[in-house]
Design a protein around this ligand. Structure first.
Ligand SMILES: [Zn+2]
Length: 596
């Protein structure tokens, strides 16, 4: 191919009421043998095959004003018939956008959002060519006050280039960059701050009463702390937190210079808010998590992702490092930047330890296996998930914690996991060289020695619990395991409103021994109506472990009777506290770790 001519895309929120984006893609130099096009089957950061092409509603091709035949090759690829030399080929299609998540596209009369993976067909053989994207406004009736928010660079110097936050022409160096800048459009609230000399925008779409000044102040501290951890300069020259606010929602997806977030209205700070409510901690933790990915996974990447193969699953055993380490640093950045008190941080950490201990899947699956099987297990959890899988996020974050504490303890606070992150950043993030499947062990060996690296490998590839109580003691942190409540338990998770359903039945628990199954609808306990989860819990609170109860439940439409022996609640609720009188050595280590 001669000097790459840009691929030109036009995207227009043409029919908000029908949730349809109209898209075109023009290839100036199509493949003489018949140009192939494809849409990704998954979006980087969310490791599940999602078949975005299923939302393409109509697709046609033309060249020089004449229709060109298109052949569908598989679920997400097409080939156009060859066109005469010198003629440009244009595809026209509509994309149905009604997925209220950070992973796809969404359009109605209130706003539009899209990831390039949902709307921009890749031109096979030309994915390295530069791209120009004309982002057009919706029909005039809907367009009043709509602006664009994206980290996609504006096509300065081109005719029709977008002005700041405007509709018009944007550019990307290649397809990989094109699909790594989600786009939000609508009437949003904009706040901003500077960190590391870089402008950071907070874009809030949806109804809210957010204290944006407070949010900007807190995020500025968190972002600055992370920039300092890795060292200036920042890897991006602009960053955007694209946030959709809903009544009840939670989610985030990382990109190279932005993140797409969904948050609950009640989790945002409000004017006059006192202290740090749990919901706001959750939202700050989410922002911190996605921001950390700017380095860890968007630039320090598994070799398996360099480049991504967007047509199929990309297997790596390393998500425990890319998601787990990021999960460790998300809340840690809040405490180290002074936004979150150390006591509150330990409260959050205790919840993570409890969550990992609650699932017996941790005794059956290693975090390396969980990473590899993310596509079919972690991302596709069913009722048996707690019994079968371990979260590479949660246990991965505890492995990061154990590693950090051991590095600090062995060096009297001179080295830490921060040094491992910086080494990975220098070696891989800055150079673009992917991390080999044993690359994290190698980096840990370099900073902390072979014995620690061997411990890490054994922990990552095995299912042993972590020695957290012992390690935390050396940092002046108390670790107490207790039952979540004094009431006996059924050995099942109950859920539902209107009816009481067994959401999960725990392996080896009382419900399983009695013959109950996930999905059973509990209707009576000892002949009394099980009207709600709270009502069942109230009945259990008056009983003792070892007592027998009679349960009636529907499985399908058949009423079944069960006799169950109540069990004591397991001591897996973990409380972490700052010890009152730590040794001087522990006090110094804790100060270095938490600043407290
Ligand atoms: Zn993540």
């Amino acid at each position: 191919m001669s000097a790459a001519v840009p691929i030109r895309y036009v995207i227009r929120p043409a029919r908000p009421e029908a949730h349809l984006f109209e898209v075109s893609c023009t290839v100036a130099q199509p493949d003489a043998a018949g140009q192939r096009f494809s849409l990704p089957a998954w979006i980087p950061g969310s490791y599940m095959i999602r078949e975005f092409a299923r939302n393409i509603v109509s697709l046609r091709a033309e060249a020089g004003g004449k229709p060109v035949k298109l052949e569908k090759l598989d679920k997400h690829s097409w080939r156009a018939a060859p066109v005469a030399a010198g003629k440009a080929l244009t595809l026209h299609y509509e994309v149905y956008a009604w997925d209220l998540s950070v992973r796809a596209a969404h359009l109605d009369q209130t706003h539009g959002f899209f990831n390039g993976t949902s709307v921009f067909l890749a031109v096979e053989g030309q994915v390295d060519a530069p791209c120009l994207v004309d982002i057009q406004p919706p029909p005039a009736t809907a367009a009043k006050g709509w602006k664009v928010a994206t980290a996609l660079p504006r096509a300065a110097g081109e005719r029709g280039a977008a002005k700041a936050y405007g509709f018009g022409l944007y550019r990307a160096a290649n397809y990989d960059e094109l699909i790594d800048h989600p786009v939000e459009m609508g009437r949003y609230t904009l706040a901003h701050f500077e960190a590391g000399g870089v402008r950071h925008d907070i874009v809030l779409t949806g109804r809210h009463d957010c204290d944006t000044a407070r949010l900007a102040r807190d995020l500025e501290r968190v972002c600055n702390w992370q920039i300092e951890l890795f060292g200036a300069p920042t890897p991006m020259d602009y960053y955007a937190f694209l946030t959709l606010i809903v009544g009840d929602g939670y989610g985030g997806l990382e990109h190279r210079a932005s993140t797409a977030l969904i948050a609950s209205r009640g989790d945002l700070p409000w004017p006059g808010m006192k202290g740090l409510p749990d919901g706001y901690k959750t939202f700050l933790g989410l922002c911190s998590h996605e921001y950390f990915h700017t380095w860890n996974v968007k630039r320090i990447k598994p070799a398996a992702f360099t480049p991504y193969d967007l047509a199929q699953e990309n297997y790596t055993r390393l998500l425990w490092a890319f998601e787990g380490f990021t999960s460790y640093y998300d809340d840690l950045a809040l405490v180290r930047s002074g936004v979150l008190p150390a006591e509150d941080y330990l409260g959050l950490l205790g919840k993570t330890v409890s969550a990992v201990l609650r699932g017996s899947g941790r005794l059956k699956q290693s975090v390396a296996e969980s990473s590899f099987d993310a596509w079919t297990k972690y991302y596709r959890q069913d009722e048996n998930a707690p019994n079968a899988i371990v979260s590479y996020y949660a246990k991965g974050s505890l492995i990061a914690l154990a590693l950090d504490l051991q590095l600090r303890e062995a060096s009297a606070g001179k080295r830490s996991l921060d040094d491992v992150m910086r080494l990975l950043w220098q070696r891989h993030g800055r150079t673009g060289a992917g991390v080999a499947e044993d690359g994290i062990y190698a980096a840990v060996a370099e900073i902390g020695g072979d014995a620690l690296a061997a411990w890490l490998r054994k922990t990552v590839e095995g299912t042993d619990d972590l020695p957290l109580a012992r390690l935390l003691k050396g940092f002046g942190v108390g670790y107490k395991a207790e039952a979540a409540s004094a009431a006996p338990v059924l050995g099942a998770k109950l859920a539902g409103s209107g009816e009481v359903k067994l959401a999960n039945v725990y392996d080896g628990g009382a419900a399983q021994a009695a013959g109950l199954s996930a999905g059973d609808v509990l209707v009576a306990v000892d002949g009394l109506k099980a009207g709600s989860v709270a009502a069942v819990e109230a009945m259990l609170a008056r009983r003792q472990p070892g007592e027998r109860v009679e349960l009636h439940a529907f499985r399908r439409d058949e009423l079944m009777r069960f006799e169950l022996t109540l069990a004591a609640a397991p001591a897996e609720s973990i409380k972490l506290t700052l010890a009152d009188k730590p040794t001087p050595a522990a006090r110094r280590l804790r100060k270095g770790w938490l600043g407290a």
